[in-house]
Design a protein. Structure first.
Length: 200
């Protein structure tokens, strides 16, 4: 079809985790290309009115846990709603995924993204720890040297540019999917993403 989806996310997001494998399957099924674009919500939230989880009202925090359990059950996707290592800094993993996308391509970056998300939400591993990121590279057959590359100025510049692109597109949460400039926010909007991809 010649379509491409720009995939904006943070690697510690439970909603990105719940949608990632369905999104990957949709890309395969429709023959759609993807650009894997981790972003820094710490820069985006102040511009969009978003709040980090720990600063949200207790009612919102409680409802979030309820919804995670509901979606996990409805989708048949296992999750620990309150994993051992959360909240967790997402930048180290985001930079690593960015480095992999740059050097190994978006398919490899999609595979690593799925592994990172599962590491947080099912395996309860600390994705901010370099040794865990090194293990995830090895487990997915990727070059261990990507970890050092992820800390270089060119990769950081690319990550910053991805975040700025998200800001310019009015992205305000994760996951977000952009098709021909049209924004779809949330794993619960994947039905609309599919409609857009299948449209003539």
């Amino acid at each position: 079809m010649g379509r491409t989806v720009d995939y904006y996310f943070v690697p510690q997001s439970p909603w990105t985790y719940l949608g990632h494998e369905r999104f990957a399957a949709l890309l395969r099924d429709t023959g759609t290309a993807v650009r894997v674009l981790p972003m820094d919500l710490g820069r985006i939230f102040p511009l969009s009115g978003g709040l980090p989880l720990q600063k949200r009202a207790p009612q919102r925090q409680a409802y979030r846990l309820l919804e995670l359990r509901r979606f996990s059950e409805a989708l048949g996707v296992p999750i620990h709603p309150e994993p051992r290592f959360f909240p967790v800094a997402g930048d180290p993993a985001a930079l690593l995924i960015t480095a992999v996308a740059q050097h190994d391509g978006d398919e490899a970056a999609m595979r690593l993204t799925g592994a990172v998300l599962a590491a947080v939400w099912t395996q309860q591993r600390d994705i901010a720890a370099p040794e865990v990121l090194a293990e995830l590279l090895a487990e997915n057959g990727l070059d261990g040297g990507r970890l050092a590359q992820s800390q270089t100025p060119p990769v950081r510049a690319r990550y910053d540019a991805q975040t700025q692109a998200a800001i310019d597109l009015n992205v305000f949460g994760a996951p977000s999917y952009v098709i021909d400039g049209e924004l779809f926010w949330g794993q619960d909007r994947l039905d609309f993403v599919e409609r857009a991809l299948r449209a003539a």
